[in-house]
Write a protein that binds this ligand. Structure first.
Ligand code: SAH
Length: 357
């Protein structure tokens, strides 16, 4: 069994079933999730005999990083290859005071959002909890300050996290309990899967839920997200309010701003009416260019600066908390919605050994 993706109590059980003391399981989980070990050999407080037995009966395997693209702004995109050849992308976003990682939850995506590179590429498969959490561990050692552990995680890479609920939830617990990332620093972004939002609310976690709204009315939303036709904007607002009631956490609405499509003053007013007066906030994401993105033959474009300013001002005047996402990594196609993982944009630069501390 691959130990990557197993939590401490699962590792304790495995060790027990091998006739070993349970505390070995805790030691191994510390090596994997805290100290960056990539092989049993590196686990120096475990005797050579047991290490050999572990290597013979189990494995500790990470997906190889097959390409790495570094943006001028310091954003790094990693291309990881899964054991079955599927490729996914992970984006590492360093800031002066934190390190965010944007993780993928699926290879590809079935939601078919018309403005998104991943959506245009179609669905491949769900990622396991180990494959999800490996993205965090592999993001740890990508620069000079080796072993800097990610402080924030956003499920905003490839895929729809709430359609891979069990594995995503397990990976969230691994990030929190084993790696030590605060729950409040983890954001799960969903296209708006109602049953998934309900299930997540029942977990009563302190993570942040972000819902991709993108339009204030059903007709436009269904055109932008063709798989959303069973879900109305009113249903999403209701589910979000239930989420707030269950968890006490403010909900984020993401709104990809498409020039001339969803950025009119009327739409801002409509959006403000949905969002006014309860604990939510709107995050505007100016559209990032994706070749081939189209809506009924109409190419998308980024919003004009004036239209975007006016849109935001209307929300703020109505008392809706509003932020705007800063574009990062666009020069290496690592910005929101640009992940495709078809080919490497740049040749593989260096081999990246995982440092062990
Ligand atoms: N499936 C999840 C995660 C997707 S990625 C979801 O739908 O929320 C996170 C955000 O990036 C989503 O809000 C998504 O709609 C947005 N996005 C997709 N393509 C984009 C693009 N080309 N420009 C800007 N944002 C985009």
């Amino acid at each position: 069994m691959n130990f990557l993706g197993q939590n401490t109590s699962e590792l304790e059980n495995i060790l027990r079933s091998m006739g070993e003391a349970a505390f070995r399981g805790r030691q191994i989980s510390e090596w994997i999730y805290k100290k960056g070990a990539t092989s049993f050999d590196q686990m120096t407080n475990i005797g050579a005999q047991l290490r050999q037995k572990l290597a013979a009966e189990h494995e500790l395997v990470f997906p190889p990083v097959v390409a790495r693209s570094v943006s001028g702004d310091g954003t790094t995109k990693l291309l990881l290859e899964m054991a079955d050849g599927e490729r996914i992308e992970t984006v590492r976003l360093p800031y002066p005071d934190r390190l965010s990682v944007c993780v993928s939850s699926q290879a590809g995506c079935a939601m078919a959002c018309q403005f998104c590179a991943t959506g245009l590429g179609g669905f491949r498969r769900n990622l396991s909890a180990g494959e999800i959490v490996s993205q965090i561990l592999l993001s740890r050692s990508q620069d000079e300050s080796r072993n800097q552990t990610p402080t924030h995680v956003v499920f905003m890479g490839m895929g729809e996290p709430l359609l891979n609920f069990g594995n995503v939830l397990k990976s969230v617990h691994l990030m929190h309990n084993e790696i030590g990332i605060p729950m409040r620093h983890i954001t799960v972004s969903t296209v708006g899967i109602l049953s998934g939002i309900e299930k997540l609310a029942a977990e009563k976690l302190q993570l942040t839920l972000a819902i991709s709204l993108h339009a204030p009315d059903d007709a436009l939303r269904h055109r932008l997200i063709p798989t959303s036709t069973k879900t109305g904007v009113a249903d999403l607002i209701k589910a979000a309010k239930n989420y707030v009631a269950a968890t006490g956490r403010r909900v984020t609405f993401e709104y990809v701003v498409l020039g001339g499509v969803n950025d009119t003053p009327e739409m801002a007013q409509k959006l403000a009416r949905w969002c006014k007066g309860w604990p939510c906030h709107v995050n505007l994401i100016p559209w990032n260019a994706v070749a081939g993105a189209s809506l009924e033959g109409m190419g998308f474009g980024a919003p004009k600066a004036d239209d975007l300013r006016r849109f935001r001002a209307i929300l703020e005047e109505a008392g809706v908390a509003t932020t705007q996402r800063v574009q990062r990594g666009a020069d290496v196609a690592a910005a929101c919605g640009q992940l495709r993982a078809l080919q490497q944009e740049r040749p593989f630069e260096t081999s990246i050994p995982l440092a062990v501390r």
